[in-house]
Design a protein around this ligand. Structure first.
Ligand code: PAF
Length: 290
């Protein structure tokens, strides 16, 4: 496995891989890798190995400052590069690209050129994290241009992020297949996240109520197509009772394509939520009927 820090090094490794006919897969991450990330790496490795000319799996590890607003957890975001590299090596990754901020944003932290998708970022997490998705799209577009992957792998936990990246790729005709992999959960249902390690012991005990609340909402919808507002009330009650330390940012039931709120639940819907435990903001979702 090669570990590189410059754009030129990435390009020369990927050029060689493409020259020998290999399919290049990219798993973009901010590090602090956990089994959720590793499931993306496994999917990338499998897809690469299924290619008749073989494949090449690249993982990027970069905590992107432009997707954090002032006051968010940029400074406390977990950093575990040595462990991350061991996990990547064991998973058969070919290349890790771990650039410094100055390599990704050589002039200033805020690049002058940004990539913004309209509409999809105006709801769910975008409401309380203005500018977040412009930061994500800009860095992902940069990573796609640097690595030039044939396919890139993202997790369904960040459902809105995945939808926005898909939209960006379609609108800008970027030649990258976007593969969305299922949410990986702890045994008690908590969706795996790099931020989970920052939960206090008590908050960690309460946080699985998020998934239990989503499962409750899904059961109600599957049972009786109850109107969205009533389902949200039931989930909110569940959270108030089982995760009193959690401050609900939002619970929304939306159309999985437009991400706009729906009133009825008789078609495919996404229930999504964000809850803050102290300064740790967790998200989770469940897709129903698709
Ligand atoms: O999902 C993440 O970890 C980040 O938003 C991403 C896609 C690596 C961009 O910084």
């Amino acid at each position: 496995m090669n570990v590189v820090h410059t754009i030129n090094e990435v390009r020369s490794h990927v050029r060689a891989a493409h020259k020998s006919g290999k399919r290049v897969g990219l798993v973009p991450t901010m590090g602090a890798l956990h089994p959720g990330h590793m499931s993306l790496v496994t999917a990338a490795r499998k897809s690469a190995d299924d290619n008749p000319h073989g494949g090449f799996v690249a993982v990027s590890i970069f905590i992107n400052p432009t997707q954090f607003a002032p006051g968010e957890d940029l400074d406390t975001y977990p950093k575990t590069l040595d462990d991350d590299l061991k996990l990547c090596e064991a998973a058969g990754v070919d290349l890790v690209f771990a650039p410094g901020v100055e390599k990704m944003y050589p002039r200033e932290i805020a690049a002058d050129t940004t990539v913004t998708v309209s509409n999809l970022p105006d709801t769910l997490c975008g409401k309380s994290r203005p500018g977040h998705f412009a930061g994500v799209c800009t860095v992902v577009a940069k990573l796609f241009n640097i690595v030039q992957p044939d396919e890139a792998f993202f997790g369904a936990k960040d459902f809105q992020q995945a939808a926005i990246i898909r939209q960006m790729v379609a609108d800008l005709n970027l030649p990258v297949d976007i593969i969305i992999c299922p949410i990986i959960r702890e045994a008690d249902g908590l969706a795996m996240s790099s931020r989970n390690v920052r939960l206090t012991a008590e908050d960690r005990k309460q946080a699985p109520a998020m998934h239990a609340g989503l499962a409750l909402g899904a059961a109600i919808i599957n049972d009786s197509h109850t109107p969205a507002a009533e389902v949200i009330d039931a989930i909110e009650k569940h959270l108030r009772e089982n995760a009193p330390a959690g401050k609900i940012d939002y619970i929304q039931i939306v159309d999985p394509k437009s991400l706009q709120d729906v009133a009825a639940t008789d078609k495919s819907v996404l229930i999504a939520m964000a809850v803050k435990f102290g300064d740790v903001r967790l998200i989770d979702n469940i897709l129903i009927g698709e």
